[in-house]
Design a binder for this molecule. Structure first.
Ligand code: GLP
Length: 261
């Protein structure tokens, strides 16, 4: 795991955007795995700026989002399809038909999960999977105790996750209780993973993910098994790490080819 601690969420998001932009420039037909939530918003804004001001070209990019609430149609403002269109896709030159979000309204949700896995495989797999981190250590909607080898499936949302995400729904009662999510195994198949976590609320999950044991109680700890996982933190999300100085040391002594743009 590569751990990059930056002074602020702003700096962390700009770094994340540069890593993705570099991939898009090097591989114009790359397959990107994308995430929703508050964490990556600034990163998407920066990619939009790079598109507008520097001509960053998304015309051949394919995307797969991590997850979607069960029962919410694409027209629902709290659906993740809506989120992605609103905060990213409609501002760049991506072919919307090349953007994929699981369909939470599918009549046969199991078939939808299988089809999603097939579409990822048909696209050649995911080059880079962007991830946020739940306060309880979830990635996508893979809640604690879920299998670390899972494929795209239907998950029951934990009370903590419902509370954390209820703000935008107005109330907890208005929230779906289930979601379709890429499995942890699906995520680990991406050729590269880039996880962002900012703010004090994520500090405990960050410790469990990086310094805790590999454990289904912290699904994000599965990234310890990934050959190319990068984690971007800020001061407050990294505050509880025991070996923060070590991660900073490593970051400061990178060889030229290991340095980030
Ligand atoms: C949600 C999403 C995750 C996201 C996480 C953190 O439940 N399913 O993909 O990473 O919560 O959200 P936020 O970035 O808003 O803190």
């Amino acid at each position: 795991m590569e751990i990059l601690i930056r002074e602020s969420q702003e700096a962390g998001c700009l770094l994340g955007a540069r890593i993705i932009a570099k991939l898009v420039r090097e591989k114009p037909a790359a397959v990107l795995g994308l995430a929703t939530g508050r964490t990556p918003l600034r990163l998407y804004q920066e990619l939009i700026r790079l598109h507008r001001e520097e001509g960053l070209d998304f015309s051949r990019i394919t995307t797969f989002n991590l997850d979607e609430y069960v029962g919410l149609p694409a027209t629902h403002p709290q659906s993740y399809r809506w989120f992605m269109d609103e905060h990213f896709f409609r501002h760049i030159n991506i072919d919307r038909r090349q953007t994929h979000v699981p369909d939470g309204t599918a009549a046969d949700l199991h078939a939808e999960c299988r089809a999603y896995e097939r579409k990822i495989a048909d696209a050649g797999g995911i080059d880079l999977q962007l991830l946020g981190l739940g306060r309880n250590g979830h990635i996508g909607f893979n809640e604690p105790t879920g299998s670390l080898r899972s494929r795209t499936w239907i998950k029951i949302l934990s009370e903590q996750t419902l509370r954390d995400n209820s703000e935008v729904f107005g109330s907890l009662e208005a929230m779906p209780r289930h979601a379709i999510t890429m499995g942890v195994g699906t995520i680990l198949d991406a050729r590269r993973c880039l996880l962002l976590a900012f703010g004090p609320a994520k500090a405990l999950a960050v410790v469990n993910m990086i310094e805790g044991p590999l454990a289904a109680m912290c699904p994000a700890s599965a990234l310890q098994m990934h050959p190319r996982a990068t984690v971007i933190l800020d001061e407050s999300s990294s505050a509880a790490l025991q070996y923060a100085d070590h991660y900073r040391w490593i970051d400061q002594h990178k060889l030229d080819w290991q340095k980030h743009p």
